[in-house]
Write a protein that binds this ligand. Structure first.
Ligand code: SIN
Length: 327
């Protein structure tokens, strides 16, 4: 009899848990990078915080490495309700807003302190809702870091890039930036970059130390120029309809969890700048080139005219605010 009671209790508990699981709000978080990156770690931290604070109410599934969607289709999927969270690079929102192109202007931010200052200031915060008419809501910015140039040959001066093919993210500003040095830009998803480099279908690419390391680009690129010429940061984004429909006892907890997860990711981003750069240097697979001030000035001179080309779409006020964050 006692055995029967224990079994009945266990069954009831299991059924209760199953019902709670079935009722839980499912949140799919899709991204394209590896788990050992700022974004990968941020997504896992969000899952940990959200599920521990809202047990049985929320279930977060994280899909790294473009397993569920890539950056070219994730936003469409989000608007269809097939994914609830993503954090594409700021260079991948062209279809939805031209304003975020400000982050792609070459040699705009002198360091990540300036980036943080701009993002947390009034203009940066306003950009979070720049796509609300399209149904997308920015929940916050996440750092990765400044971009470096890599190629199959040494890139010391802009003319070294002349005639080379570079993979870029889906950004017209980035296309113009490479055209400005006589190179051919090719818009390709992140998931294809390694193979394109390995098979020499392209000659180079631009990315952060953490992406170059975690996706092993340094194994198939002999030369990296420590150029710090641009930025890869992210907008954590959701569907406005999904977010606004969340129950009132759930949304604030998710907001708090996201804020903390982003802080965690930002801390990792900071560590990875030096850590992953050192790992690449120690591997001996790539040579890292430091530019002299004069060489750097040549890149700035060649690429900066791109700013004028996009000032109309972005808005000169926004560009000025970003520049001011360097002071
Ligand atoms: C990412 O960091 O999410 C991808 C960046 C890229 O496409 O190069």
């Amino acid at each position: 009899m006692r055995v029967l009671t224990a079994a009945t209790t266990a069954l009831a508990l299991m059924l209760g848990m199953a019902t709670a699981q079935a009722d839980a709000i499912k949140i799919k978080f899709a991204h394209v990078v590896a788990e050992n990156t700022p974004k990968g770690q941020m997504a896992l931290k969000f899952k940990e915080l959200a599920e521990s604070r809202l047990p049985g109410k929320v279930e977060v599934e994280v899909y790294p490495n473009s397993q569920l969607f890539n950056d070219n289709n994730v936003l469409e999927a989000m608007l269809l309700g097939d994914v609830q969270l993503a954090a594409p690079s700021l260079s991948k929102f062209n279809k939805y807003t031209k304003k975020l192109q400000v982050f792609d202007l070459p040699f705009l931010f002198k360091d990540m302190t300036a980036v943080e200052k701009f993002q947390s200031g009034p203009e940066g915060q306003k950009l979070l809702s720049s796509m609300s008419s399209k149904g997308l809501l920015g929940l916050g910015y996440l750092h990765n870091g400044l971009k470096q140039l890599s190629a199959s040959k040494e890139l010391r001066k802009p003319s070294d890039a002349d005639g080379l093919k570079f993979r870029i993210q889906s950004s017209d500003v980035l296309a113009a930036q490479f055209e400005a040095v006589g190179a051919t830009p090719l818009k390709k998803p992140f998931s294809e970059v390694f193979l394109l480099l390995q098979t020499k279908a392209i000659d180079g690419q631009e990315n952060t130390w953490s992406n170059i390391y975690s996706k092993k680009f340094f194994e198939v690129q002999e030369h990296i120029t420590a150029s710090n010429h641009g930025l890869i940061d992210y907008l954590v984004v959701t569907s406005a309809e999904f977010w606004n429909d969340l129950p009132d006892d759930v949304r604030p907890v998710l907001e708090k969890s996201m804020k903390e997860a982003i802080a965690h990711g930002n801390m990792i981003a900071e560590q990875k700048v030096t850590g992953d750069r050192k790992r690449i240097a120690d591997s001996g697979r790539s040579t890292i080139l430091e530019l002299s001030d004069a060489e750097r000035a040549m890149w700035v001179k060649a690429m900066k005219p791109v700013w004028d080309k996009f000032a109309g779409e972005i808005g000169q006020d926004l560009i000025d605010a970003a520049v001011a964050s360097n002071n």
